[in-house]
Design a protein around this ligand. Structure first.
Ligand SMILES: Cc1ncc(COP(=O)(O)O)c(C=O)c1O
Length: 353
């Protein structure tokens, strides 16, 4: 009996390493990275810094660890951090910003993920005995909870001017920064030019099994390296993580446009279905978020019906579904997903009265 093919649209983190990555792991030159002696890690860090046009980089285990280390390297305990109210740091990192870094997050709302410099200016309180010292502004690019939306180089520059005017640092959670660069058809340096430092993930749409990189000045990375150690992230023969990372940076970026094309195809297909509402303007990279409230079906039941068809996805919020395209999701999977959602809509007789 043939088993049903699974179409996993929950996240781009579900991608598996390519054969070339597995080969690279097999043949990686290794050493002890806590002593700075793993040649493969050193090569990856150098490559990442060059690509981002910064002085240095540090390999860490995950995006969450990268964000935490970066928050701590940019601030002192008790300081205030301005971030977007739907940001990953604020929502999904177990409150590490407060629990471990000892910082006060100051969330600001936005329409599609980009902070308005005027709101940022207004949030920077004057020096006063009652207020914590503002130290850092965080942006997220692409923005996950806004549906993979892009913060453009111009928007980043405008926020950086507000940061500079008040002596604050600007940090970018660039977990999916290459999705933004590919979609805009710009060199990623255009997106990193105006931030002091950033992180990006190897383990999402670039298909690596593990790893993120923190990137910034030499001084910032030295601090980050020590903080990585205190957080238990000092790794030994980490070249087995770095080796597929090098393959990712050299070979896996160009193909992201396929994921973006599939996301658009999916969004345009489901936009025609009765009971589904999708904002096509927000479909800028590899995510599609859509509102199913017009179907009149419980969220759990919607997910279950898709699961029965072999399609896995997640709710982003009540009635809001998020689907993410990635390597392994092809045009036929998109067509199958559109047809499955159409069937659910037809079953429910949406549009009939
Ligand atoms: C924007 C963003 N930042 C950070 C992270 C955290 O990455 P990790 O899951 O590797 O900890 C994610 C994960 O999805 C993310 O989407």
């Amino acid at each position: 009996m043939r088993t049903k093919e699974i179409i996993d649209l929950r996240s781009d983190t579900v991608t598996l390493p390519t054969e070339e990555m597995l080969e690279a792991i097999r043949h990686a030159e290794l050493g002890d990275d806590v002593f700075g002696e793993d040649p493969t890690v050193n090569r990856l860090e150098k490559l990442a810094a060059e690509m981002m046009n910064k002085e240095a980089a540090l390999l860490v285990s995950s995006g969450t660890q990268a964000n935490l280390i970066s928050l701590m390297s940019n601030t002192k305990r008790g300081e205030l951090v301005i971030l977007e109210s739907e940001s990953h740091i604020y929502w999904y990192e177990v409150g590490g910003i407060s629990m471990i870094a000892g910082l006060l997050p100051w969330p600001l709302k936005s329409h599609t993920g980009a902070l308005d410099p005027k709101d940022v200016e207004a949030a920077i309180s004057p020096k006063n005995i009652h207020f914590p010292e503002p130290a850092l502004i965080c942006i997220e690019n692409t923005h996950n909870r806004h549906g993979g939306t892009i913060i453009t180089p111009e928007q980043i520059r405008a926020i950086s001017e507000a940061a500079l005017a008040h002596g604050l640092k600007l940090y970018m959670d660039g977990a999916r920064i290459f999705n933004a660069a590919v979609s805009l058809n710009v060199d990623v340096k255009e997106l990193t030019d105006h931030v002091d430092n950033l992180m990006f993930c190897l383990s999402k749409s670039l298909s690596c099994p593990i790893g993120s990189l923190v990137v910034g000045t030499q001084e910032f990375i030295e601090k980050a390296r020590k903080l990585r150690k205190v957080l238990g992230g000092g790794m030994r023969q980490a070249g087995i993580i770095a080796a597929p990372g090098i393959v990712a940076l050299e070979k896996m970026i160009g193909r992201l446009k396929e994921d973006h094309k599939n996301a658009k195809r999916l969004a345009e297909g489901i936009a025609k279905i009765d009971g589904i509402n999708v904002d096509l303007g927000r479909v800028q990279t590899n995510m599609v978020c859509f509102d199913i409230s017009g179907l009149g079906i419980a969220d759990d039941l919607f997910l279950l019906k898709l699961k029965k068809e072999g399609i896995l996805t997640l709710m982003l919020a009540e009635n809001i579904v998020r689907m993410v395209t990635h390597r392994g999701i092809e045009k036929n999977h998109i067509e199958k997903t559109i047809a499955a959602i159409e069937n659910i809509s037809n079953e429910l007789h949406v549009g009939l009265n």
